[in-house]
Design a protein around this ligand. Structure first.
Ligand SMILES: [Zn+2]
Length: 65
């Protein structure tokens, strides 16, 4: 976890909470991993996600990476 901070996308746009208009987020990287998927050769299902948690209302904004 990082210190809460504004989030800017590579295209220069800032992330704004779509619930409360806050612009300060905690960022987390979470694994979108389902144990057992490799048994079925579904390794492609194992991906990472970056999640920004609004410091005001706690809404989670997910971004696939
Ligand atoms: Zn919010």
């Amino acid at each position: 976890m990082t210190e809460p901070a504004p989030v800017t996308f590579p295209n220069g746009r800032k992330l704004i909470c779509d619930t409360c208009d806050n612009d300060v987020f905690e960022s987390h990287r979470w694994k979108l991993q389902t144990t057992g998927m490799t048994l079925f050769n579904l390794d492609w299902a194992n991906r990472d996600a970056t999640c920004f948690v609004c410091t005001s209302c706690r809404r989670i904004h997910w971004f696939h990476t």
